[in-house]
Design a protein around this ligand. Structure first.
Ligand code: SAH
Ligand code: F3S
Length: 482
């Protein structure tokens, strides 16, 4: 790839899930190919792009206020190009131009490969450009699915410098979602569920590993529903894909997120247990511990079935760390329903939980069918209570690690160190194979390496320790900071 220098600077702000982080990497690389240079200083940018999230109202509000702050700048600097991409672009479409008239470009998640061309069009014609996919109700499934294209179909470059870390990469294995949980906007903004061909996924993983990636995370909204039907009738599922990617020498860790409870098959669990590079980490959102709520959410399982799934995980992959998501204050959630969620959390002993207050999303079934009747202070209290419960569980579980040595892939400076990261020796953060966060002091040259850390203290979400050995180095050299 030849990067043409135009001297133009691109600023991208990414919010939301891993899918968005990956999409931003593709957009940044495609624009670099056209001569753009990435900047993290919004004031110096010639093009400002927001890669947005629509899962909760709060994520959208933040983007609209960031756009509001650019209004005067655009007046002073009319050649500045401001773009909104991702899920909010697909959801709000022209409304974005209405609410923020200084925006030049709107591109949904299924049209991001067109961003470079749309920017050129704005420059040439000085007119707003919009590229979005068809709504799910627009007609035949195939036609709608076709309107959600991904970058991967356009054979993009994967350039390490556009990733948060050169040695870790996301690889999309599916797009969209067909589960239609009643609270969730994802099926409408990311389109129909489509699995990518395994050959293309494998080739992408191979390229990444050849370029020095040691950790790959396979992405899908319901990643374990992955199912690719070949022309000759063969079917490839996630366990097959894991086994194939596992073969790549040089790869050290293979993860996959996020799982759908009903598709947690024995075959998948056996693959996790028998393939040593596959991280024993399973993120399987439960959303609620009450059957009445699960039914209104249209999650497709009962709490008994979820528990049975957890028991199978414990039996087949005994060392697996489980993680979950919960929504509190969903329509009609009573105190008893909430208590049932707490009970599930107490019983399941998750490594960590992401807890959200229900946020009604326009266009979803929940908004059509049910009233958002749990008052905000009640949502907040339940959120805090569940968080406190999970924190106590996390702390107790992490205490088992005190005195033990864990293998850590060093990811970068810890959040505390990031503020003053001038020195060579600083607080670093990394993760264990089962996705536990570990912080310790070390030389910044260790970023991207595997180190052994002895755990001396813990918090509900973090192990704290000190380096014992660095892979391939003698302990004496480690102590000397070499
Ligand atoms: N399968 C996807 C889900 C995307 S949304 C994935 O994890 O990649 C991520 C999480 O946000 C969901 O698991 C759910 O807990 C939460 N969420 C989704 N819609 C929500 C809403 N309307 N209000 C609050 N939380 C929501
Ligand atoms: Fe959303 Fe449910 Fe799919 S949470 S992403 S509709 S599995």
């Amino acid at each position: 790839m030849v990067e043409r220098a135009t001297g133009k600077k691109l600023y991208i702000e990414t919010v939301g899930c891993q899918m968005n982080v990956l999409d931003s990497e593709f957009v940044a690389a495609a624009l670099a190919e056209r001569g753009y240079e990435l900047t993290d200083d919004i004031r110096r940018a010639d093009v400002i792009l927001f890669n947005t999230c629509s899962v909760r109202q709060h994520a959208e509000d933040k983007i609209y206020s960031a756009l509001g702050r650019l209004k005067h700048r655009k007046r002073r600097q009319p050649e500045l190009i401001i773009g909104v991409m991702g899920c909010m672009a697909q959801k709000d479409q022209k409304l974005i131009f209405h609410r923020a008239p200084h925006v030049d470009l709107v591109a949904g998640p299924g049209q991001l490969h067109r961003v470079p061309e749309l920017i050129e069009q704005v420059e040439r014609e000085r007119q707003r450009q919009m590229a979005v996919s068809l709504p799910r109700t627009a007609g035949a499934r195939g036609k709608v699915a076709e309107s959600f294209e991904t970058f991967e179909e356009h054979d993009p470059d994967r350039l390490a410098k556009f990733r948060p870390a050169r040695f870790q990469a996301y690889v999309r294995i599916m797009m969209g979602c067909d589960k239609f949980c009643t609270f969730c906007v994802v099926p409408s903004v990311r389109g129909p569920e489509q699995s990518r061909p395994p050959e293309a996924i494998l080739a992408e993983c191979k390229r990444l590993v050849d370029e020095g990636c040691v950790e790959i995370t396979l992405l899908g909204q319901t990643v374990n529903s992955y199912c690719y039907r070949h022309g000759d009738g063969r079917v490839t599922r996630l366990p097959d894909l894991l086994a194939a990617v596992h073969e790549l020498s040089g790869l050290r860790r293979l993860k996959f997120v996020t799982n759908y409870p009903r598709d947690m098959t024995d075959e998948l669990l056996d693959a996790v247990r028998s393939l040593p590079k596959v991280s024993p980490y399973l993120h399987v959102p439960a959303q609620s511990g009450s059957n009445a709520v699960l039914k209104r959410m249209k999650r497709g399982y009962t709490v008994e079935e979820y528990r049975e799934m957890v028991e199978r995980v414990r039996e087949r992959v005994p060392d697996a760390a489980l993680a979950s998501d919960f929504i509190v204050g969903f329509c009609g959630e009573t105190e008893e329903d909430f208590e049932a969620t707490c009970e599930l959390v107490r019983w399941a002993q998750f490594k960590n939980c992401f807890i959200f207050k229900y946020s009604p999303r326009p266009g979803t079934k929940a908004v059509e069918l049910y009233e958002d009747d749990v008052p905000e202070p009640v949502k907040r209290r339940r959120n805090n209570e569940l968080l406190a419960l999970q924190n106590a569980i996390g702390l107790a579980n992490n205490q088992r690690f005190i005195g033990k040595t864990v293998e850590v892939l060093v990811e970068g400076p810890s959040p505390v160190a990031r503020a003053s990261d001038a020195q060579d020796v600083l607080q670093l953060a990394g993760r264990t194979h089962d996705d536990r966060i570990v912080v310790f002091d070390g030389n910044r040259r260790l970023i991207g390496e595997f180190v052994q850390v002895r755990v001396t203290a813990v918090t509900p979400t973090t192990l704290i320790g000190s380096i014992v050995t660095v892979e391939g180095k003698l302990p004496s050299l480690v102590q000397a900071g070499l």
